[in-house]
Design a binder for this molecule. Sequence first.
Ligand code: KIV
Length: 290
Amino acid sequence: MSTTFQLDTSTSRANPTPQPMRRLTVPRIRARKVDGVTAEPLVMLTAYTARQAQLLDAHCDLLLVGDSLGQVIYGLPSTIPVTLDMMANHGAAVVRGSYHSVVVVDMPFGSYESSPEQAFESAAFLLKQTGAAAVKLEGGAAMAPTVAFLNSRGIPVMGHVGLTPQAVNVLGGYGARGRSDAEAEKIVSDAVALDEAGAFAIVIEGVVEPIAIASTKAVSCPTIGIGASAKCDGQVLVTEDMLGMFERVPRFVKRYEDIAGVIDRTVARYAEEVRNRAFPGDDQTYQPKD
Ligand code: KIV
């Protein structure tokens, strides 16, 4: 169950001293689904920086260092150009900024698809560099042998089926999947293959709701939906999307805030005060001691 707690940021802005508590583990996440039922849905959000992780950690069960950082942080057109080094640097920051959630790091495109051995080398690099507990990779049945290979060698794997953004050039876009019978059957059988291979959880992204529900019922591990269904065993969103950092978001995103608007109004005030010499004021200015 999620635990809320206070973050003590009094010591340092960069290195707060949170009250120590034990981090959730992959087996505890996996065990949240019992006989096909997850009593309390799993909460996952993306995180890319230490401060973001500090703010999200107490509310989440899992923090995903998603390769969506390519678009969100680096302004890239897709996740295809994201590198292992990018994932390692941001993953390490998120682990440093959290002490409660299980941190999962995305395997970037090109770092795992060619063989289970390539995947092991990349995943081991990510876990060593970051201290994260698990990796996520995209793909269904084709990736099942890789999931089994990693799992049996000490690397927990989260799967990802349905709309898999790294395959955008094959899929032809980011539209919802599972509208045809053949596609729907493939998504469910992909999820089953990953489950049987030992994935501890599976992200189901951008699929029509009945397929998300059928996949969730078909697997023993928790499913985590994004653009899928409230009946998945958990949910994930890109944090910047749900905070309202971007004007354009996919239909499945709920914008809980308008942080872009808050930043715009705040920076406009700052700029005005600098220009009319109202900032810095007496409170922000050092004077010689008497
Ligand atoms: O990269 C990412 O942020 C993801 C989530 C959208 C599931 O894979």
